[in-house]
Ligand binder design. Structure first.
Ligand code: PRX
Length: 651
């Protein structure tokens, strides 16, 4: 970052809503008043106003089986109908739902009428493969329109999707397929990334063929995209285009109970096993639509909205698929990466499609910042009127750069705090209402209540850093961890009883604005993605040469945190393998085991790890080493000398 961009004043700057924005904004300050007068009535109103119900609900919240909430539970709804058919029925069938741009530069334009027709056919295809209400379908696809079609077709049947990000390995895919006992896998031959085709179907084959895994899978539906050679198992594998060509075109959406499971999405926790976060239908779609409308100020007739997240993450679920489509928005969907084939690709796309609302992650903004302003300045970004940020705290300097260089010095920025578990945005400014403060996610949305507590559950005064909790149930909250109710309770509810513990440290300032301070557990945040130290450690020790491993997230200028591992080799290998070779082997091992996103940035081969007398590895001290800081208090270590040895080895 250049000095001029590392703006120390940025934190103190304030940006009131631009003139003209507030008068046209979807949200106004009365939302806060309405929600605080009667929170449940407020949510019921949103559910009725924003969605079409097959059968109206009469009950808003049933919290009698806390912490498992039921929202709108005597109502019936079809999620796909809400995202598709109703827009066609009300005359928006010709509106573009998706402007899709492939990485090689091919493109498709899909209207609401076309998307509806495709989803109906896909629902018939899946039903023909035996998928019915409650069945699980795994989705392992690139960022192509078929990903959206598949998710909505599954939802239309009352079935449950489990989307697995295309960067995850065969092992990760298999454990997710097995955990959810998925009947069908929808994949592609391959997708485009950085000028090359990356294969997906072989990973699916490996996941479901090796060691008799994935016994639940009866069929694999394969979209042709990469045109790479793929192996074929007759009777099991089916080409998407063949099945779609033969499919019935009509499919009537049936209503399902509001609490019908909609999807499972796996995310990292503090143990070695990812958690299958379960979301259901009516409450989830209510908050997805409500936040998308008010936080992004969406005007379906005129805006072109672009959320850059992959559908494999929660941001892609809520703000590529469900929120925008429920609101009848027009959006851009892009298959590729920001820098291929050139570092101005995103800005070129904004110019080409006249994108007016951009939602992305601070890590992307920081990488662009490093490249300088000359690249975005080559493009006409004047269509941008609102910017969003998600995934990690956005540092004030990046915030200012984003606003100045991408937002033309005027676009409001909404810094949105939420999680896979919360399903939708929880804390964020409302554009047109909130005076913005760079670096702060600001205030809970109308309808959401939070608090900051100390470790013993006492409320903290403004200014004190503590633990972020959500004090009242919200419509899009997770309903559990798939197949593991105990873990749901212990991970989120044990610490503070009736309050949801988010795992984030935070502070509320004197104006009542929230500052997020990062995770307080052993979860890392790399480029806005959650990774578990325990999961990477267990991948490392699964390699035969490793005796012990400790993983920490070390601060990184671009990615927020970077994965750094400290590894002790088994004595029989320690003298025979060069540390650099061991490190290279193990980095690849982790990528093969979990996926490229988990590959450690650095692996240090060490002789010992710092431990307390009870044998606990002191990750805090290893983080000091990895970040090159003076090492903190070492008095609880069995052997404080270990650290200076590691430190000398690393630096
Ligand atoms: O630590 C918080 C951080 O990302 C975590 C949630 O990660 P995940 O479930 O993968 O969802 C990411 C996209 C919603 C949170 O516990 N986080 C997310 N948004 C922000 C954030 N930290 C600070 N500011 C944010 N805006």
């Amino acid at each position: 970052m250049s000095d001029s961009l590392e703006n120390p004043q940025a934190k103190r700057l304030r940006f009131p809503p631009p003139r003209g924005f507030a008068s046209h904004a979807n949200a106004d300050a009365t939302l806060y008043a309405q929600a605080s007068t009667d929170r449940l009535a407020f949510w019921a109103q949103q559910a009725r106003d924003l969605l079409s119900w097959h059968k109206p609900f009469t009950r808003t919240l049933d919290w009698s089986q806390a912490p498992v909430a039921k929202w709108f539970d005597d109502g019936e709804i079809n999620i796909a109908y809400n995202c598709l058919d109703r827009h066609v029925e009300t005359g928006a069938g010709d509106r573009v739902a998706i402007h899709w741009e492939g990485e090689p530069g091919d493109s498709r334009e899909i209207t609401y009428a076309e998307l509806t027709a495709d989803v109906k056919k896909a629902a018939n295809v899946l039903a023909g493969l035996g998928v019915g209400a409650g069945d699980r379908v795994a989705v392992y696809l690139p960022m192509i329109p078929e990903a959206v079609v598949t998710m909505l077709a599954i939802a239309r049947l009352g079935a449950v999707h489990s989307v697995v990000f295309g960067g995850f390995s065969a092992d990760s895919l298999r454990s997710r397929i097995d955990d959810a006992e998925a009947k069908v896998v929808v994949t592609a031959d391959g997708g485009w990334r950085k000028g090359k085709v990356f294969a997906l179907k072989p990973t699916v084959d490996a996941a479901i063929e090796e060691d008799g895994g994935a016994a639940s899978v009866t069929n694999v539906l394969v979209v042709r995209r990469g045109e790479n050679e793929v192996a074929w198992k007759e009777g099991r594998d089916i080409w998407w285009h063949d099945a779609m060509a033969a499919a019935e075109t009509e499919h009537v959406a049936q209503g399902f109970p509001a609490e019908q499971p909609l999807f499972i999405l796996y995310t990292s926790g503090t143990t070695g096993t990812p958690k299958g976060i379960l979301h259901t239908s009516g409450g989830y779609l209510t908050q997805a639509a409500y936040t998308h409308k008010n936080v992004f100020d969406i005007k379906p007739e005129t805006d072109v909205y672009w959320c850059t997240a992959d559908v494999g993450w929660i941001t892609g679920h809520t703000y590529v698929v469900y929120g925008p489509l429920a609101n009848g928005a027009t959006q851009l969907m892009f298959e590729g990466t920001p820098d291929a084939p050139h570092p101005g690709r995103w800005w070129e796309l904004i110019e080409k499609y006249k994108v007016s609302i951009l939602y992305t992650a601070p890590t992307a903004i920081r990488s662009f910042m490093k490249l300088g302003t000359a690249i975005p300045e080559k493009y006409d970004l004047s269509s941008i009127r609102l910017l969003g940020s998600v995934g990690e705290p956005i540092n004030p300097a990046a915030w200012i750069w984003y606003r100045d260089v991408i937002g033309g010095g005027k676009a409001p920025i909404v810094d949105t705090w939420w999680q896979t578990e919360t399903g939708a945005i929880m804390v964020s400014p409302l554009p047109g209402v909130t005076t913005l403060k760079p670096g702060s996610a600001q205030t809970p949305l109308p309808g959401i209540q939070i608090d900051i507590l100390d470790d013993d559950g006492n409320h903290l005064e403004q200014g004190d850093a503590g633990l972020l909790v959500i004090t009242e149930p919200w419509p899009s909250m997770l309903r559990g961890i798939w197949g593991n109710e105990e873990r749901y309770k212990s991970a989120y509810w044990e610490k503070f009883g009736d309050k949801y513990f988010a795992g984030d440290g935070a502070r509320i300032d004197d104006d009542g604005d929230l500052w997020l301070l990062g995770r307080v557990d052993d979860v890392m945040n790399v480029s806005g993605h959650r990774l578990s130290t325990a999961e990477i450690e267990s991948a490392l020790v699964s390699n035969n040469i490793v005796a012990e491993a400790a993983v920490v997230g070390a601060a990184d200028e671009t990615t927020g945190q970077a994965v750094v591992a400290f590894v002790i080799l088994k004595s029989e290998f320690a003298n025979d393998i060069e540390p650099a070779d061991a490190s290279a082997t193990l980095r690849k091992h982790v990528a093969d085991h979990i996926g490229a996103i988990a590959r450690p940035a650095k692996i240090y081969i060490v002789a010992e790890l710092p431990k307390t007398r009870s044998g606990k590895i002191m990750r805090r001290l290893l983080r000091d080493v990895a970040e090159g800081r003076p090492i903190g208090d070492t008095t609880t270590l069995t052997d404080p000398a270990v650290l200076s040895i590691i430190d000398a080895q690393v630096h």
